[in-house]
Every structure is written in structure tokens, then in C-alpha cells.
Ligand binder design. Sequence first.
Ligand code: 6PG
Length: 218
Amino acid sequence: MRGVENEFVVLETAEEVASAAANEIADALRAGARTLVLTGGTTPQRCYELLAEMELEWGRVTVLFGDERCVPPDHPDSNYLMAKKTLLDKVFPASVHRMPAELGPDEGAAEYEKVVAAYLPLEFVLLGVGEDGHTASLFPGHQALKAHNLVVGVDDSPKPPPERVTLTLPVLRAARRVLILATGAGKADAVAKAKRGEVPSGMITGAKWLVDQAAASR
Ligand code: 6PG
């Protein structure tokens, strides 16, 4: 079980955050973590590129996703496509379970619920943060924050596209390790609010945060 306190580690640059994140993931996989949950957004891309160059036993690893936009998997907005191009096309995990979000938020969530249920507790979860403090597709004040199951659909996301599928707070809180990345001055408000537990990214108890100085500046 993780503790309840969140840990905030401040590094100088976004490149250092990406590199530290890749090292954390590599260490966890080497120590035996068998499930790795990836995130979308722009922040993790460099981390994925660095991870792709590391010597790791990917054949023991199952890759899952924390959230997905309701677009086909070959769409430029697909979180899966970003992870595929930067990491998954270069390494060979035992299995990759993308969220079938092109089925729509409800059906996509129902299908993925069955997948996630087979891998509990999730061992290593990587997450990003939006400028409003959202994480995965859990947005401030949204009813999806109250979900008690594992995966939920969202049809009114304030960040486009509006339709998404996301892991829920309970499954993220129950994960063995959660690493949250935030870089750039645009995330400074979100990081400050997360420290006070005011936004969804701050509600994942026991998470480790890697932030650059710009994101830690408030
Ligand atoms: C998504 C993401 C989302 C993302 C944050 C940060 O589907 O949009 O999974 O949770 O991590 O919005 O995005 P950036 O790294 O692009 O700022």
C-alpha cells in the first residue's frame, strides 16, 4: 500500500523530468512491475522516447492506458497513437491493451472495465496534468470523479475532444505506484492547487510528482 502523502520532487528542466520519469519506470519494471499504465498529452512524449532506448525486458510487461479520446486509434488526437509512435513501435511488450474509445464513451468504458479488472491492482501508473488540474480525463468538478467502478466514459470534457474514456479515482488510488508529471509555467496553478488537494490530480493520494521549476513556481 502507498502512503497517503503526495511527494513533490522539483527538477530544473522538462528534460530532467522526462529523464527522471523514464528512470523511475525502468527501475520499477526491473524490480518486477508487470503492468504499466501510460498517459497521453504532450508532457510524457520525451519520457517515452528515452524509455524506448533503455534495455528492458518488455516481454514481461502489459501496457494499459489511463485515458483515451473518443477517436479512432490512427487519429492524430489518439493517446494510443502517440504512445505507439514514441514507444510501443520500438519495444515489444507482452501485450498492449489500448482503450477502444472509438466505440464511444459508454461502450468504450464498459469494454475496458473488463480488461482493467484482470490486472488489479495496477502496478505502475504514469499520469500528466492539465492546466485546470485534471489528470487522465478526470476534470475538476466533474461527476466522473464520483465513479466507484474502474473505467468511466466522459461526454462533456472541457478539453477537446469532449468524448473520452478514463480510469477512475478509486482504481488510480489503489495502484501500487503513481507518477505524475507536470512541466512548464502553464501548469504552475494546477500544481499549487493539487498540493492543496483541490483538483483531481491532487486527489490521488500517495502519488509521486516530478515537476520542473516553472511548474513549481507558485
Ligand atoms: C489527455 C491526457 C491528459 C493530459 C493532460 C496534460 O488525454 O488529454 O491524458 O490527462 O495528460 O491534459 O496534457 P499535456 O501534457 O499535453 O499538457
